[in-house]
Write a protein that binds this ligand. Structure first.
Ligand SMILES: [Zn+2]
Length: 314
């Protein structure tokens, strides 16, 4: 592999081509056609407001420099401004105005409140004040495939992995049709999956062992795992907060067994052995959709939905 992963190219298409990541894996799970369109540069996700607000929040805890840089680059999305006349036009001179900041847009005002919530919470502040590295990436192998991951914070001497998470409501559950039960945001956003991947990559780096060795030890109950913490703040008007520890050996094994099964198909598609399938409903699929037939009304019900079709938008 001639590609060398750095902080600068971490989020590039080349990085996605050479490494799997948790979010790329999740995109393949949602829509193979979209995942391949992104890999081939035929599709880029529009940055949504929630994404910008999330980055605003994250950059604050990364460093003051990172937060300033983010605010500068996204100035017009964050700040409300007005033009103020400094000097009226005269016979010889044009009018001089300057831009004055009058405040922040509501979602960023809310993000400031969430930041404040974290800062004023003693237990959370202890995590923030602990030495360690912010936005640290690591690479490793999972079932023979190279993966990359980036930790919001890594405290090496304690082996703490910290992830900042903004969530609509911490205690809200939703129905999972696959599991047939209500699950929390930790399950519905795949956080146990993420914790399992991050932990196995961290162990390979920490102990200098292969994935197979680490996985065997995990199954035998002999692998000392890092601690994975979610520092959660809710997006409610009065923000809620919790620190959630995700470590659970059996759950990690379950997640990894699931990855093992899905990786075979993902790698077939990624390497071009099999054509990607369209989910039919995501933004990519909608934008490339071509109608080929008239459908009966009942096809809209999930139990009658047709098989996913191969992507035709090459
Ligand atoms: Zn799709």
């Amino acid at each position: 592999m001639s590609f060398i992963l750095t902080d600068d190219n971490y989020y590039s298409r080349e990085a996605d081509i050479n490494y799997l990541s948790c979010s790329q894996y999740q995109t393949f799970g949602e829509c193979e056609a979209k995942a391949m369109a992104k890999l081939q540069g035929r599709w880029t996700d529009e940055p949504k407001e929630a994404f910008l607000v999330g980055n605003y929040f994250h950059s604050y805890f990364e460093s003051p420099e990172a937060h300033d840089k983010f605010c500068d680059e996204n100035f017009e999305h964050i700040f409300k401004t007005k033009e103020e006349v400094v000097q009226k036009a005269t016979k010889t001179q044009p009018k001089i105005t300057r831009t004055v900041v009058t405040g922040k847009y509501a979602p960023f005002e809310k993000a400031d409140k969430m930041i404040e919530t974290v800062e004023n919470e003693e237990l959370m502040k202890r995590f923030i004040d602990m030495g360690g590295q912010n936005e640290l990436f690591m690479t490793g192998t999972i079932f023979g495939v190279p993966w990359r991951m980036k930790m919001d914070k890594y405290i090496h001497d304690k082996r703490f992995i910290v992830d900042y998470k903004t969530v609509a409501k911490i205690w809200e559950t939703s129905y999972d049709p696959v599991k047939g039960e209500r699950v929390s945001f930790v399950e519905s956003y795949g956080y146990l999956f993420r914790a399992a991947i991050y932990s196995l990559i961290e162990c390979q780096n920490e102990y200098g062992i292969t994935f197979d060795e680490a996985y065997k030890k995990l199954c035998d109950g002999e692998l000392k795992l890092p601690d994975f913490f979610l520092l959660c703040v809710s997006k409610q008007d009065v923000p809620d907060k919790e620190i959630i520890r995700l470590n659970h050996r059996q759950a990690y094994i379950g997640e990894l067994e699931n990855v093992k099964k899905n990786l075979i198909e993902i790698m077939k598609v990624k390497s071009g052995v099999r054509k990607p399938k369209r989910c039919g409903t995501c933004d990519y699929c909608r934008s490339t959709k071509k109608l080929k037939e008239i459908k009966p009304y009942y096809i809209l019900k999930p139990e009658f939905r047709e098989q996913r079709e191969e992507d035709y938008a090459f």
